[in-house]
Design a protein around this ligand. Structure first.
Ligand SMILES: Nc1ncnc2c1ncn2[C@@H]1O[C@H](COP(=O)(O)OP(=O)(O)OP(=O)(O)O)[C@@H](O)[C@H]1O
Length: 240
């Protein structure tokens, strides 16, 4: 269970990105965090990870979340990742073993086996020796998902995992995430494509610096709530 208790984030003493966030997310779940541009979606994940200074508290099963980081696998927005870093697909996935391994220990044979298994699951076994710079956007996102699988964390925080991703990769990723949920994982996804919300998420957090609504998708993903979060123009965007 993730609990946000009165969480607020102000950047540079001037931009109030999040205000008074009180939120409880009970897993297993695939929860979508949606809201207009600049509504604080990424900041919500970063506040939980402790990578931005936040007021209030975020608790993970009763422990302060930033003290339980081994239990969270995080995939940042693709734009913030350096794709030119000289590393193979297999090595990149193996980085998922680091939280349990510590920096100076060798990766064991079992861990390499779990890396290869994860590559198989995401359908990239044949690409394992390629440089990550040679991959398509969708393949690279699958590499990052494979890294989460290796990390075997109970919580997955994914920031816009479907941006710049082809349909084949998107289908593979959502299938894997649904399988992880069925195995008890709690998955939070920052997402902007409203067409996919009902198909992908069992719960939704609708955000616009404050919580607009949160709960089961059918109850939260409604026209009145969408209008409150995005303004009247949302009806045009949804084609209604
Ligand atoms: N490091 C930062 N320094 C200053 N302001 C920031 C920083 N990061 C985010 N912001 C501002 O905080 C607000 C919320 O940003 P955030 O990235 O969390 O929103 P978002 O909903 O994820 O946006 P998007 O959909 O555009 O990715 C925005 O006004 C943004 O410009």
């Amino acid at each position: 269970m993730i609990e946000f208790q009165k969480v607020g984030v102000v950047y540079n003493n001037e931009v109030e990105a999040l205000k008074n966030i009180d939120l409880v997310i009970k897993g297993p779940t695939i929860t979508g965090i949606i809201g207009p541009n600049g509504s604080g979606k990424s900041t919500l994940l970063k506040a939980a990870l402790g990578v931005v200074r936040a007021s209030g508290k975020v608790m993970l099963d009763g422990i302060q979340a930033n003290k339980a980081l081994k239990r969270i696998a995080y995939v940042a927005q693709k734009s913030s990742i350096d794709l030119s870093f000289p590393i193979t697909v297999r090595e990149c996935v193996a980085l998922g073993t680091l939280p349990s391994l510590g920096l100076f220990k060798r990766i064991t044979r079992e861990e390499w086996e779990s890396v290869d298994k994860a590559l198989e699951i995401v359908g990239l076994s044949e690409q394992s020796q390629r440089q990550i710079s040679a991959l398509s956007g969708g393949q690279f996102q699958r590499v990052l998902i494979a890294r989460c699988l290796v990390q075997n964390a109970e919580y997955l925080f994914l920031d816009e995992p479907f941006v710049g991703v082809d349909m084949v990769s998107e289908d593979i990723i959502i299938k894997i995430l649904k399988d992880l949920k069925s195995k008890g994982k709690t998955i939070l996804i920052v997402h902007h494509d409203l067409n996919k919300v009902e198909g992908y998420f069992d719960q939704v957090v609708m955000l616009n610096r404050e919580i607009i609504a949160a709960g089961k998708t059918a109850q939260v993903f409604t026209v009145p709530n969408l209008k409150r979060a995005y303004g009247e123009n949302i009806l045009v965007e949804r084609g209604e």
